[in-house]
Design a protein around this ligand. Sequence first.
Ligand SMILES: Cc1cc2nc3c(=O)[nH]c(=O)nc-3n(C[C@H](O)[C@H](O)[C@H](O)COP(=O)(O)OP(=O)(O)OC[C@H]3O[C@@H](n4cnc5c(N)ncnc54)[C@H](O)[C@@H]3O)c2cc1C
Ligand code: SF4
Ligand code: SF4
Length: 948
Amino acid sequence: MELILPDKKRSVAEDLRRALGQKVKDDFPTRTAYAVDASIYKIVPQVIVLAESEADIQTTVEYAVRNGIPLTPRAAGTNLTGSAIGSGIILDISRLNRILELNREEKWARVQPGIVYAELNKRLAPAGLLFGPDPSSGDICKLGGMLANNSAGPHTLRYGSVKDNVLALKVLVESHGWLEARSYSLADPRLEGVLATHPALREIMGLVREHAELIRAKRPTVSKNSCGYNLFGLADGLERAVFDLPKLFVGSEGTLGIISEATLRLVDRPNVSATVLIHFRYLEDVGEAVVHLLTLAPSALEMMDSNTLDLIGRNQHGIPADAAATLLAEFDSHQENGDSAKAQAARATALCRKYRLSADPVVAFEQEQRDRLWQARKALYPTLYRYDLRKKPINYVDDVVVRAEQLSELIRYLEEFFKGQRVPVAIFGHIGNGNAHIVPLLDVNDPNDFARMVEGYRDIHQTVLSRFGGSICGEHGDGRVRAEFVRRMFGEELYGLFVRVKQSLDPRGVLNPGVKISDTPFTQHIDYTRLSKACATCGKCNSVCPVYDVFQSEDMSSRGWFEIVTSKDYSYLNSKRVVEACLNCKSCRTICPADVDVSDLILKRRAEHPNRMAGIIFALHARPWVFEPLLKIAARTQPLWDRPRPRAWLEWLTRPLMQRIADTARLPREMILPRLATRHLRDRYPELTTNGRMEKKPGTAYFHGCAANYFDDGVGDAVIAVLRRQGIEPALPPQRCSGTPIQTYGHLKLVMEGARYNLSSLDPYDTVVTGCASCTLMLKDYPRLFEAGPEREAAERLARRVKHISEVAAESKRATTHEGVAPRATYKVTYHSSCHLRAAGVTEAPRQVLAGLPDVEYVEMQDADRCAGGAGTYILKDYDTALKVFERKQRAIEASGAEVVATSCPACMIQLNNGLRGKVRVKHIAELVRESYETANESKVDRPSSKS
Ligand SMILES: Cc1cc2nc3c(=O)[nH]c(=O)nc-3n(C[C@H](O)[C@H](O)[C@H](O)COP(=O)(O)OP(=O)(O)OC[C@H]3O[C@@H](n4cnc5c(N)ncnc54)[C@H](O)[C@@H]3O)c2cc1C
Ligand code: SF4
Ligand code: SF4
């Protein structure tokens, strides 16, 4: 099916833009970002459509069909097979992400395809319900991709894969428009209407009936299969007098139609789950143990082989040196007390102790501990990217299925095979289903490794079929990688039926050509350049990137930015729009299993074009003898100018200057500004300052940073009070801005100057305490600024001595316990975890401190770890986007029912105060600790007022 592309390539974008407006993009950054998914391939598309409605989908599909342009639907782009990239139009459905209807009693939900899997389950949680199939990529993958791939995951063992949990779909079929694809009884009068509107379906029904025997004979005999079209499901249905249409479209990988809605079957959330981690010394024991463990009805049974454990680092994950394989077994219970999960976990433990184990099994019930046990497994694939600079994990035989009891034999065969090739390989997967993920590490740019890949592809797939009677694809889809082998898996006759199905529903062949039904060799379109880069394109960073959260467009995302700024065609001018959009929140760096720091790459690109206006401001800022008097004048006059009318003038007057910072920058009249201090912190505590001298005096220094010094936000006083209560008299040595905002605008030279000044000023102190998340991170990050040598060493020494005030408080029992204090009425406090403090590795201490305060009921909010959108000066650089980022945080804070939201960063306080507008009080964690001291001391209850 050859597609004819229009002569003038640019006309596609122009045509579509005329119909759909700004939802259509074809600039360099967007096409670059959409050229990849999580597979080994790259194809640059012509144009990207960000659909916001079914009408947008229809307009785009009709245009593609009329003009014979390939069209690839796309959700999160986390597939491992190259099925969400294509040369024509990419139709991204991410913005269609609502739950349209939820029926608790009948346990179903009608959902749009752009919703992220984890988000869907978060929103179903209050109803006590769950969508069962759980791909390990669940934090980022979206329902559309899961449906189209028939995804599955660890808990498929209990809940089935996607195809088992779909009641109906709404699909746009190229040939005859919208289709309500549900399971129709053959006697249902509606079926006739459907078949009349969609004659292709009548044809397919006839085909399946006519070839039912062949289809049954070729059905894979393993527990999972996502290879080919699911004519097996259709044949089963017809036997039960049902035309089970969802079975046809689930797993069809965007080659038969575009899904705009799905009605999902939901299950009750388990009340208690127990996770058991078991390390086996001998692989042969695993196979036998699995057979017994399966009789205990686990909800998940996962395995990692010895090579995998080596590759991800045994020490790092506490895995014994002699473990040949690690199993994770999970048991769910729907009883209140979770008795059955606990009992099954105990039985599993007892059962496994009969085998030769490397350590006693570990059992966990609490979510946090269970997450820890799962951590290595879930981030496994991208973590393998850390292994070698050249040899990368390559997905080309990644998803085979055999019978569960044959998995040990399969692993032995694979280990021998790869040993013969001298190729390191990770083998892991859903052992309960006999589904093994095989990820060899190769340098595909090396001709020898390339030849090994081609040899492995053919030998392993063929062996899985002929020796094990298995399937080449359990859950990841065929995509481009397995398409050439689908024919071999099912034979000519059945493959011929697949082709007829495709031709019936997509006669012009525009839907995702090259995917699933294609003879194109799997080696075509391999992205050799990218496979030598550090990023695994797994998309995990997108799941935390606040910009992606708002725009739902790959060109406005962390993964996309990696592609853009590392592209050989990158220039600041062709990508300024996206390079300037990053908040520098560092969330991507915190989460990336492959150790990539996208924010740092972006900062480097900005440093090539430092912002001149920001440079003038920071140069002024670096001269406190000029800057501070000006700020004090502004503070004294704030009551005059910080009122609606003068603020409107101020916004207008400052606009030309602000626009030199960014097109979107302004001083919004409606923004609640922080109160400027008329006496700066250093003026208020002259006894602690060293009056400009850099004294050699061991002890504790308080690095207050700019905000606590210049704003009247209570943070600096609280930090000093808390330290004093601990018996620490801090010094306030001379200091310059830690550098975070300066770096954000590309002024590396100024950052270095400030860093050198601070290094020298802070060098004499044993401990450097901060109250600001960004200062904490920046001071800890100073070693990144310097080449190896004395300066780097000084920076490393400083990094080891920096502590956030919450860490100091957590270390001291006195901070959080008040012996002899009578219990008081409590108020609810939740915690917004500042991104930079998370990036600095401080996550537990603030929560521990808050939970220990005597008059506080600490409640964890959902999305505590997501950016609030302030990001230092970003709130001024792009106020509208900052507010959009904040919407999610606001929902979470309000849902927590807290009267106070605590944070660890003065900059976040500005954003929280502005966004919440007094509905919930905002406090720095040091202020709460100090208040609790005061109430304990004076035996008076100084409670923050309740939300009215
Ligand atoms: C680290 C990692 C771990 C993974 N673990 C698992 C796992 O445990 N189990 C598993 O099954 N998979 C896993 N995957 C693969 C992948 O994440 C899943 O297949 C996922 O469901 C794909 O969803 P997506 O939103 O990223 O879809 P995309 O990659 O965007 O698209 C996948 C397919 O769906 C089609 N599509 C998307 N939306 C629509 C629509 N509306 N209509 C029609 N077709 C559409 C696309 O054309 C494409 O063919 C993993 C991937 C990674 C990177
Ligand atoms: S930067 Fe890291 S998290 Fe993001 S896509 Fe690349 S490997 Fe995955
Ligand atoms: S720093 Fe934040 S905004 Fe920038 S790419 Fe990373 S996650 Fe996205």
